[in-house]
Design a protein. Structure first.
Length: 422
């Protein structure tokens, strides 16, 4: 009986792990905002500790970016958040892990922001040859991961590059997503850099899953990009990561079509939306599209976008993650204090209008609470053997950890062979 029960629990845990979904945010600025004095509140105005609050709302994963040497970034880039060096990430990463979240590390492989329009090689690497760069990215990746592990901040997911639709480490690693490259760059260089970084990740953090992250400024190019990667067997990865902002990338139908193609072309890969967001008062800066008739530019409109996004993703079984970008932004008790407005603190110059806390009051917005619905279904139903029902009277997390008693935090658990929401 005991052996059978243990076997059944092992099957249950394996099923849970394969079906697990992840929801959370890129909270790279949380430490900075808290250091500056930001005060966070729930929707009713009660002061909360952000990580504990996220946990209570069913979030289970967090993402943090890492720059090579952000002290070399421009003053304007640093002012707007390009500040995460290794020491910063060690501290925040440890807090994330200690709070019980899965941790996604986002290597930028640059001193400053990277996206399809810019992937500047770190200043300290600028004179390296392609061969030297290939060795350097492995050495740097390995060193960072070793130090993070020592600090208690070992990542569970690792992005080897941020929004790399057009390559990394320009100019030598610059590419065209659909094939080919501009003068000085090549897919061979690019794939070599990726393979070298991934090898270092596998050596230092063999349990971590590797994410290849692109964005959708040209949606038709996204499937082409991942099909090109198939030509490079050394680029072994686990998860396709996408940025999707409707203001920049189009409709949910466009996203859905892209996901359908990716699932057909890469059935062995999981897919995560590793960045998303929608404004609650006005459109995002530089918006290409206006969907305010579908999702009003209001708190309720932001919530409806979140609801509709989750519904759209549930049609795609390979999608197992959503990360909201910059949910922690608020100027409560930094710029806005006791009804007054003071911009003398020189670390941001404007508003990020797709946050999940109000920029003035620090109050949580309703979309934050909506996100937990993405992990509301794991595909795990009542578990029975042919002889008996499991009656262990023990609680387990979805990753198989046995709790000492009933869970104290809200979330999804396994109890007596059944999926239970607490």
């Amino acid at each position: 009986m005991k052996k059978t029960l243990l076997s059944l629990i092992a099957i249950l845990v394996a099923t849970a792990a394969s079906a697990q979904k992840f929801v959370g945010g890129d909270i790279s600025m949380l430490k900075k905002f808290q250091d500056e004095g930001a005060i966070y509140k729930d929707k009713d105005g009660n002061t909360v500790e952000p990580l504990a609050f996220f946990k209570q709302q069913g979030w289970n994963a967090m993402r943090v970016r890492l720059f090579v040497d952000p002290s070399k970034a421009s003053a304007s880039d640093r002012k707007e958040g390009a500040i995460q060096d290794l020491e910063y990430v060690k501290v925040l990463g440890k807090r994330i892990k200690e709070a019980g979240f899965s941790f996604m590390l986002d290597f930028h492989y640059s001193d400053t922001w990277t996206d399809p329009g810019k992937h500047a090689t770190p200043s300290a690497w600028s004179s390296l040859s392609v061969e030297q760069m290939t060795a350097k990215i492995a050495e740097y990746t390995k060193t960072c991961l070793q130090e993070l592990k020592q600090a208690g901040a070992e990542p569970d997911f690792i992005q080897t590059g941020n929004e790399i639709t057009t390559g990394i480490l320009w100019p030598t690693g610059k590419i065209y997503a659909g094939g080919g490259a501009p003068s000085g760059g090549s897919w061979d260089h690019f794939a070599g850099y990726l393979a070298s970084a991934i090898k270092a990740c596998n050596e230092e953090c063999p349990q971590a899953q590797i994410v290849i992250h692109t964005e959708m400024h040209a949606p038709a190019d996204v499937p082409k990009f991942y099909n090109q990667l198939k030509n490079y067997q050394d680029v072994n990865y686990d998860i396709i990561g996408l940025s999707y902002y409707p203001d920049y990338h189009g409709t949910l139908a466009t996203l859905g079509s892209t996901l359908t193609t990716l699932e057909a072309d890469h059935p062995d890969k999981k897919i995560m939306i590793v960045e998303t967001g929608y404004g609650f008062e006005w459109q995002l800066s530089g918006a290409k599209y206006n969907y305010s008739s579908t999702w009003s530019l209001s708190e309720s409109g932001q919530q409806k976008f979140t609801t509709d996004l989750i519904a759209a993703l549930e049609a795609h079984p390979n999608v197992n993650g959503i990360f909201w970008w910059y949910p922690e932004y608020t100027l409560n008790n930094i710029v806005f204090k006791n009804g007054a407005e003071d911009w003398s603190k020189d670390f941001t110059s404007g508003y990020w209008n797709a946050a999940l806390f109000h920029y003035k009051t620090g109050r949580a917005l309703t979309a934050l609470y909506e996100l937990q619905n993405f992990v509301g279904s794991t595909g795990i139903e009542t578990v029975q053997s042919s002889k008996f029902k499991v009656q262990s009277n023990s609680w387990y997390t979805l990753d198989g950890r046995r709790l000492s008693g009933a869970p104290s935090q809200k979330g999804l658990y396994i109890y007596n062979g059944k999926k239970m929401v607490r």
